[in-house]
Design a protein around this ligand. Structure first.
Ligand code: BDP
Length: 683
């Protein structure tokens, strides 16, 4: 198995009796109504059942008096049954037939995938009754793909989009990409990098992306583009890109019109502006709101939105980067056009393996906020380390902001229920590429899966998501399923333990892969590692209490209380908020130094444990996938030790403490580790 089919394997169910039972309720597929998406839904159901049950189920136009089939229906007029459905929700009910009904064809498509998931995970269809609505409206992948085929922070090959061949040649893989996303309920995709090329606004590229949109449309997926803010200058020939200049507004209005002509269901723009060197409205003395609103006005005649990113931080040597996005965006609350969604990374810094939730969540009650997660493992071992991200996503979504009292979770901010808005969104930076198995590491498919499922329903548990994914993708043998779930659920904490335990963050430079806690030189202080961990002879960690940067003040008092006392701060967040003396006794009785060592050493050892778990499932999983993952785990083990040694050897001279028993001193020197990293960074 080369992994290409992802979780949509549709292999024959081995148990013949089970097949017969399913087949009794799937004697035909009746499709009333017609639209390309409904056709997609019927075809997908037919293909899926053909694989699972080993027979071709006929698609008929009308069930008439027949029973024992599956009926796909659109209910445009709300009735008792569909009353609780939103535009993309579905209802599945078994009466004399299994009815899959929805208000829109997309809802029907999502219902079909839900039914297939039921069968794929071995659940009974008898008397099935299921109603499901997506909790957020815009559920998007963000691809950081460039015109030359490379992917920023992509670890699974080249871009899926073959720009040189498009629009004349349309790779069949685009369709499989769309299927996979639709099966999760993802309904939009930004195809190009947030560090955007202006070329995407040229006629040449609009034609190319339109060819992609034509494929995606049949799966209910709308295409979006990242824009380069100064495009009116660079490709439009204007002297300025000032968002308040009439000629600039006109340029964007005309451009938007041209895009909608080519792509009538175009989704809108994603914008990275005045961030990490990208130009933006501030270059003209304007605000983020001025920039975003100008684009929103260009989109006014159409059903499109602006997703404006809040990932900003100025190069101020005295500033705490943690506070930057909040400081720039919170004052703008209420100043954005209705079509603007502010897209906020889950944490205040940058997709670290563990971050507290961004304090922007909850603090812009008048502005829809989109959650931006990073699926691609930029900071989590690329495609070699196995890190299941659902626990990370959940940890953030379930965090309580307390802005409207207890229970004001980040998820409720994002799904609009806390502040009562219905323009809601979640975005995941994609981990897909041209590798045959899409994600490089077969286990990383689970992260794409988890993002999609949580964007649909953030109340799903990480365990439930893992169970679905493992059962559909790897094996249905119960003991092995449990072993893999167990391993997945622990994998993120294991990574954190050897990489950034106790609230450490960002111990690296450009590549974001090799350990470099010693890295102290860069064009900006906040692009060094020492800026973040602040190791010195007194202790370790970033003081963000009132004696330090006071970033904690950006949270509600109840949240501050959880974190602002070094005596009671939960250990996973300790060094995010405190500069802690090396010999300080922590809540569990160990000193900081000893506790760090426990994490580094046991983290690395736990990768061994993961290897042992994986060996146990060998008989139950496909040999090629088994070998692929086993190989990656052995690399991960080597690299976990590398991380452990780098941290321990680098921190020990500050801590001036022995490595506690039973751990053994690394059998290499700090210089040797540094040298390894230098060689790694060479070209
Ligand atoms: C950082 C990445 C960089 C992205 C940036 C962003 O290293 O490649 O461009 O995030 O999100 O983490 O804009």
């Amino acid at each position: 198995d080369d992994g290409y089919r992802l979780w949509l394997k549709y292999d024959l169910i081995r148990d013949a009796a089970k097949r017969t039972t399913y087949a009794q309720s799937a004697q035909f597929i009746a499709l009333t109504g017609n639209s390309p998406i409904l056709q997609t839904a019927a075809n997908e159901l037919q293909t899926g059942l053909q694989g699972l049950l080993g027979k071709t189920i006929p698609i008929i136009a009308n069930a008439g008096n027949r029973t024992g089939g599956i009926v796909l229906t659109l209910r445009n007029t709300p009735d008792a049954g569909a009353g609780t459905l939103n535009d993309e929700g579905y209802q599945i009910e078994q009466r004399s037939n299994i009815q899959i009904s929805a208000k829109t064809d997309r809802g029907v498509l999502y219902g079909v995938f839900a039914l297939l998931r039921y069968v794929q995970t071995g659940q009974s269809l008898h008397r099935i009754t299921l109603t499901s609505n997506p909790k957020v409206r815009y559920r998007l992948l963000n691809h950081w793909d460039n015109t030359n085929g490379t992917i920023e922070r992509g670890y699974a090959g080249e871009s899926l989009w073959k720009w040189f061949e498009l629009p004349a040649t349309v790779d069949s893989r685009y369709r499989d990409y769309a299927r996979a996303n639709a099966s999760l309920g993802i309904n939009g995709t930004v195809v190009n990098n947030v560090n955007a090329s202006a070329r995407f606004m040229t006629d040449e590229y609009i034609e190319k992306v339109a060819a992609l949109a034509n494929v995606f449309r049949n799966y209910g997926i709308r295409l979006y583009l990242s824009i380069y803010f100064p495009a009116p200058k660079t490709i439009g020939g204007l002297k300025t890109a000032d968002p308040l200049e009439p000629e600039v507004k006109k340029w964007w209005a005309d451009k938007t019109k041209a895009i909608y002509k080519a792509i009538p269901d175009f989704g809108g723009f994603l914008v990275k502006a005045n961030s990490e060197g990208e130009p933006g409205p501030q270059d003209y003395g304007r605000t983020h709101a001025d920039g975003a609103n100008m684009l929103a006005e260009a989109l006014a005649p159409y059903d499109g939105v602006v997703m404006w990113r809040a990932f900003v931080y100025k190069a101020d040597p005295k500033a705490d980067r943690f506070k930057a996005a909040y400081e720039e965006f919170v004052p703008l609350d209420g100043k954005f056009n209705k079509k603007v969604i502010i897209q906020v990374k889950n944490g205040p810094i940058d997709f670290q393996p563990r971050e507290p939730f961004s304090p922007i969540f909850g603090n812009m009650p008048q502005t829809p906020l989109s959650m931006e997660f990073q699926i691609t493992q930029e900071y989590m071992g690329f495609a070699t380390h196995t890190v299941f991200e659902a626990p990370l996503f959940k940890e953030c979504l379930d965090s309580d902001t307390f802005v409207k009292g207890k229970g004001s979770t980040v998820a409720k901010v994002v799904d609009g229920s806390l502040h009562g808005y219905n323009v809601t969104a979640m975005a995941g930076v994609a981990n897909t590429g041209s590798d045959r198995n899409w994600t490089g590491n077969p286990m990383a498919q689970a992260n794409w899966y988890a993002f999609g499922r949580l964007a649909w329903d953030h109340t799903l548990s990480a365990e439930a998501i893992a169970r679905e994914w493992v059962t559909m993708s790897l094996t249905s043998e119960p003991k092995s399923v449990q072993t893999i779930i167990n391993m997945l659920l622990k994998s993120r904490d294991i990574y954190v333990a050897y990489n950034t335990p106790l609230g450490l963050s960002r111990p690296w430079t450009g590549a974001h892969f090799a350990p470099e806690p010693w890295q102290n030189r860069s064009s900006r202080p906040d692009w060094t590692a020492i800026y973040y961990h602040r190791a010195d002879s007194a202790g370790l960690g970033f003081d963000r209490t009132t004696t330090g940067s006071n970033a904690l003040a950006q949270y509600r008092p109840e949240v501050q209380q959880q974190w602002n006392n070094v005596e009671t701060c939960p250990l996973p967040y300790l060094l995010w908020f405190h500069h802690v003396p090396w010999t300080k006794k922590l809540t569990n009785g160990r000193t900081l130094w000893d506790e760090l060592c426990v994490h580094f050493y046991s983290g690395a050892d736990s990768v061994r444990w993961m290897q042992q778990q994986w060996v146990q499932v060998k008989p139950a999983v496909d040999p090629a996938i088994f070998a692929d993952v086993a190989g990656r785990l052995s690399t991960q083990y080597k690299e976990a030790i590398w991380w452990r040694d780098a941290w321990v050897l680098y921190l020990q001279p500050f801590a001036r403490q022995p490595i506690p028993a039973p751990f053994k001193k690394p059998d290499r020197t700090l210089d040797e580790v540094k040298n390894l990293v230098n060689i790694y960074q060479m070209r």
